[in-house]
Design a protein. Structure first.
Length: 472
């Protein structure tokens, strides 16, 4: 065992590089028949984290609001994942002219992530298409409206997606050959630059894509048509473009945001075996300021709708954004508890919105303390499991975590645990021919080494106020 310990630590068992490239095939599936995300060792990955963004600055100041503190604090709170928002309008402000300054700033952020062992998903973000409509994303030079009207609505920015000019701009992006080539070229610049960076686990090809509704079409029907006729061909085009520069990094594809209403996607097959389904998890009423209504069955409807497509196409799931604005309303504690439990049933991970220091959607306040109920996202989990997972459960009521798995048969493997900070401390126990290394008392990242083929059960419990374990 001592030899194994020395060899795995020397190999950098916790380095993101080991998890940034997929294995040839998944090793097991969730209860919904959805395969897991895997690394180049075949380990099952779980990503837990937050979006990281700078929407306030652009041009020469772009990305300057993101600092090393973001990644240091993510890691210190037990998270291993960041979805990094990048903007095409900053990368290519003039057609064919890519900003080297912007690329260097992205690289600096990725270096911070690597230092703190955070996996990064590079997200080509857009809100209401882009700067032509007062937002960020697709450059003004790539925005074509055919003279259709646009009326801003600062009190409900999402409604601007349904303005005629915005909808027509999406149609041109999907259909015009020169814009198709420009979008593919932008992704090739990113893929060629960052394909070998060990922090990068994937590319999110476009954030919350929308499209143009036809006369008499209701929203669910329009969403399924846009996904089938526009998004599926676009994703396949972009996949081919990326693969010309980067053959292995995971590609993340999103449906329209209408999936948040429990509408099954109309996406077709993406012709790439290293693709992740990456829906968002937002409820319209809650986004408008309403409290969570447990009797409405929204979480159950969303889970049923969102799992059919990845199960059919054998794709892992990572939810790219979620989390309400008004997180301190009376039912929000229950929402976070039920939402995390649901996400963990079918996904390989998630990124909350958003890791920033302040109010609104921010996860933490200016002092880095979790805002009300958001601490419920920081629970024990296994970032990487070297084997086939039998069960993986967290009980919020008792603050206890249980992982059962069959260790890989080929060689001794390293399973990683993440324990968030706890003033009461954690107790880690293991049954089976396995050994825990670096067990912390307050929080941290212990390892479990198991003999090949062993059946292993890992139990994590929060200790009582005097160091004892309160819950059997």
């Amino acid at each position: 065992m001592a030899v194994v310990v020395a060899s795995v630590l020397a190999a950098g068992a916790l380095a993101p590089a080991a998890s940034a490239r997929p294995a040839p095939a998944p090793v097991q599936a969730s209860g919904h028949g959805i395969p897991p995300l895997t690394d180049d060792r075949g380990r099952t990955l779980t990503l837990r984290g937050w979006n990281v963004e700078d929407k306030a600055n652009r041009g020469e100041a772009a990305l300057t609001a993101i600092t090393e503190r973001h990644f240091r604090d993510l890691r210190a709170n037990g998270f291993n994942f960041a979805r990094l928002l990048v903007f095409w309008d900053d990368l290519e402000p003039e057609r064919g002219q890519y900003s080297e300054r912007y690329l260097r700033r992205v690289e600096r952020i990725l270096d911070w992530a690597r230092k703190h062992r955070i996996h990064v998903l590079i997200d080509a973000h857009q809100d209401v298409f882009g700067p032509a409509f007062g937002h960020r994303g697709i450059p003004a030079w790539a925005t074509r409206t055919d003279g259709l009207p646009f009326t801003p609505n600062p009190d409900d920015w999402f409604s601007e997606y349904f303005e005629p000019a915005v909808q027509r701009a999406f149609t041109h992006l999907y259909e015009d050959p020169d814009l198709q080539r420009a979008q593919a070229a932008m992704w090739q610049v990113l893929a060629e630059r960052f394909r070998d960076h060990p922090a990068v686990i994937g590319y999110d090809l476009i954030n919350e894509p929308m499209g143009e509704l036809r006369a008499g079409e209701d929203l669910p029907t329009a969403a399924r048509r846009i996904e089938a006729q526009h998004l599926t061909p676009m994703y396949n085009r972009l996949a081919r473009a990326v693969r010309a520069k980067d053959r292995s990094t995971w590609l993340f594809v999103e449906p329209t945001p209408i999936v948040g209403e429990g509408v099954p996607t109309g996406l077709g097959r993406i012709q790439d075996r290293r693709t992740v389904y990456a829906p968002h998890f937002y409820n319209t009423a809650m986004e408008a300021g309403a409290d969570y209504d447990p009797s409405a069955g929204w979480i159950e409807a969303y889970e049923a709708a969102v799992t059919a497509y990845p199960a059919r196409h054998r794709m892992p799931v990572v939810v790219g954004e979620w989390g309400p604005l008004n997180n301190s309303l009376p039912n929000m504690g229950r929402f976070y508890r039920e939402a995390v439990a649901s996400l963990n049933r079918y996904s390989s991970g998630w990124a909350g919105y958003v890791w920033c220091y302040g109010g609104g959607y921010c996860a933490v306040d200016e002092h880095g303390r979790f805002r009300t109920n958001k601490e419920r996202t920081a629970t024990p989990y296994a970032p990487a499991v070297a084997g086939t997972v039998r069960s993986d459960t967290y009980d919020a009521a008792t603050r206890s975590y249980r992982l059962a798995y069959r260790a890989a048969a080929a060689r001794p493997g390293v399973t990683e645990l993440s324990l968030p900070p706890s003033p009461r401390g954690w107790r880690v126990s293991v049954t089976g021919p396995a050994h825990v290394i670096g067990e912390p008392s307050r929080g941290g990242w212990p390892l479990v080494l198991a003999w090949p083929g062993a059946e292993v059960v890992v139990t994590v419990r929060e200790a009582g106020p005097h160091g004892r374990t309160d819950h059997p």
